[in-house]
Design a binder for this molecule. Structure first.
Ligand code: NAD
Ligand code: DAU
Length: 366
C-alpha cells in the first residue's frame, strides 16, 4: 500500500474542493477517477497540472475492469467516493442515469474494493478505508417543529436522486456487515461554495441576477435547507477518514437552516453591495415564483453532534462569511461560469424551466 488515495468524482463541485484542500495540506497523492459528465470540469483542478501528487484518470466508476486496475496499480490506502448524479431536478426528468451511476457504480466500486481489501495484510489491511459520501436527503423531509436528522433517523427518500443515494448507502452497509469491508458513510446537508455547477440554487441565483434574468423560486420559497460551506464538508471528510469508526455513519451539517427565500434575499443584498454599478439593482425585483418541484421536500436539518463530540469537528464558516466568500468567488470567476454554462446546459435550462408557469403573488403559498 502507498500513501495514495483514490477519489471518485473529484472533478465535480465537492470532489474538486476536497482534492485541492487535500493536496494543499500535503496529505499525500490523489488519483482522481472521473467520467467528466456535464458536472465534471478538469478546469477546477487546473492548478494541479504537472503536480506529481495528482493523477487524473478519465473513466467511469461502472467500468469494473478499470476500477480493479486502478486499485491494483495505485494501491490506495483509501477510496473516497463522491462520483454521483447529484441534481434532484434532473433525477425527476430522467432517473436512469441516477440508478446507473449512484447504485450500479457504487456496487462496482464496493465489489472491487472488497477484492482489493481481501488481498491486503498487516498494517495495509488495518489502515484501508472506503469513505462513502452521501446526503441528508436519504432521511426524507421534516415538519417545521421536528428535531433535526440524526444518525438513527429512519430512511425515507422522496426523490429518485434521494432513493438512489439511499440504495447506495444500504449497499455500503451490507458490504461492511457481510464482507467486513472497512467502510464509513457520511450524510451531509446542502453545500455551497466555489466550483458549484450553476444548476443548483445558490450559483443559479447569482448567475441569473448578474444577467438580469428572473430568479425562479419554486412554490412559496419557504422550504428550508441547512447550508454548509464546502470547505467545511471537506474538513469533515478528512476527520472521518482518519478517525471515523468502521461501519458508522456521521451526519455533517453547519446548523444554518434558512428558507430558500431568505437565501435568495441575502444573495440579492450581497450583489447590491458588491456590484453597485449593476443596472438590475435592487436584485430582489428579479425574484419570481414558479411552479414547484414535484415531491419537493419541505425541510432538511442536520444534527451533527456525533461528528462534533466524537471526532472534534467544527465548521469554520458561518453562513454569512461563507456566502460572501462564495459570491466574491463567482464575481471573480465569470469565465468559469461562462465556460460550464455554454453548450448542453442551455438545453437543460429550457427543459427544467420553460414549462414552469410564473405564479401570481401568494399563489405559491400552501
Ligand atoms: P457534482 O454533480 O458536482 O459532481 C459529480 C462528479 O461525479 C462530476 O465530476 C462527474 O463528472 C462525476 N461523475 C458522475 N458520474 C460518474 C461516473 N459514472 N463515473 C465517474 N465519475 C462520475 O456533485 P457534488 O455536488 O460535488 O456531490 C458529490 C457527492 O456528494 C455526491 O455523491 C452527492 O450525492 C454528495 N453530496 C452532495 C451535496 C451537495 O450539496 N452538493 C450534499 C451532500 C452530499
Ligand atoms: O441536502 C443535500 C443535497 O443538496 C445534495 O444531496 C444534492 O446533491 C444537492 O443538489 C442539494 O439538493 P437540493 O435539491 O436541496 O439543492 P438545489 O440547489 O437543487 O435546491 C435547493 C433548494 O432550492 C430546494 O428547496 C429547491 C430550491 N430551488 C432550486 C432551484 C434550482 C428553487 O427554488 N429554484 C431553483 O431554480
Amino acid at each position: 500500500m502507498t500513501e495514495n488515495i483514490l477519489v471518485t468524482g473529484g472533478a465535480g463541485f465537492i470532489g474538486s474542493n476536497f482534492v485541492l484542500d487535500w493536496i494543499a495540506a500535503g496529505l499525500g497523492p490523489v488519483v482522481n477517477l472521473d467520467a467528466l459528465t456535464y458536472a465534471g470540469n478538469p478546469e477546477n483542478l487546473a492548478t494541479l497540472e504537472g503536480d506529481p501528487a495528482y493523477t487524473f484518470v478519465h473513466g467511469n466508476i461502472c467500468d469494473a475492469a478499470l476500477v480493479e486496475r486502478l486499485l491494483a496499480e495505485y494501491r490506495p490506502r483509501a477510496v473516497v467516493h463522491f462520483a454521483a448524479e447529484s441534481h434532484v431536478d434532473r433525477s425527476i426528468v430522467g432517473p436512469e442515469a441516477f440508478l446507473k451511476t449512484n447504485i450500479d457504480g457504487t456496487f462496482t466500486l464496493l465489489r472491487a474494493a472488497r477484492s482489493y481489501y481481501d488481498g491486503l495484510v498487516g498494517e495495509e489491511r488495518e489502515r484501508f478505508r472506503f469513505l462513502h459520501v452521501s446526503t441528508d436527503e436519504v432521511y426524507g423531509t421534516l415538519t417545521p417543529e421536528a428535531p433535526a436528522f440524526h444518525e438513527e433517523t429512519p430512511y425515507a427518500p422522496n426523490s429518485p436522486y434521494a432513493a438512489s443515494k439511499a440504495a447506495s448507502d444500504h449497499l455500503v452497509r451490507a458490504w461492511v456487515h457481510t464482507y467486513g469491508l472497512p467502510a464509513v458513510v457520511t450524510n451531509c446537508s446542502n453545500n455551497y461554495g466555489p466550483y458549484q455547477f450553476p444548476e443548483k440554487l445558490i450559483p443559479l441565483m447569482i448567475s441569473n441576477a448578474l444577467e438580469g434574468k428572473g430568479l425562479p423560486v419554486y412554490g412559496d420559497g419557504k422550504q428550508v435547507r441547512d447550508w454548509l460551506y464546502v470547505g467545511d464538508h471537506a474538513s469533515a471528510l478528512r476527520v472521518v477518514l482518519e478517525r471515523g469508526r468502521i461501519g458508522e455513519t456521521y451526519n455533517v451539517g453547519g446548523g444554518n437552516q434558512r428558507t430558500n427565500l431568505e437565501v435568495v434575499t441575502t444573495l440579492c443584498e450581497l450583489l447590491d453591495e458588491l456590484v453597485p454599478q449593476s443596472k438590475f439593482r435592487p436584485h430582489q425585483q428579479l425574484v419570481k415564483y414558479v411552479t414547484d418541484r414535484p415531491g419537493h421536500d419541505r425541510r432538511y436539518a442536520i444534527d451533527a453532534r456525533k461528528l462534533e463530540g466524537e471526532l472534534g469537528w467544527r465548521a469554520q464558516e458561518s453562513f454569512e462569511t461563507g456566502l460572501r466568500k462564495t459570491v466574491e468567488w463567482y464575481l471573480a470567476n465569470a469565465a468559469w461560469v461562462a465556460d460550464v454554462t455554454s453548450g448542453a446546459y442551455q438545453q437543460w435550462l429550457t427543459k427544467n424551466y420553460a414549462a414552469r408557469t410564473t405564479l401570481a403573488a401568494g399563489e405559491g403559498a400552501r
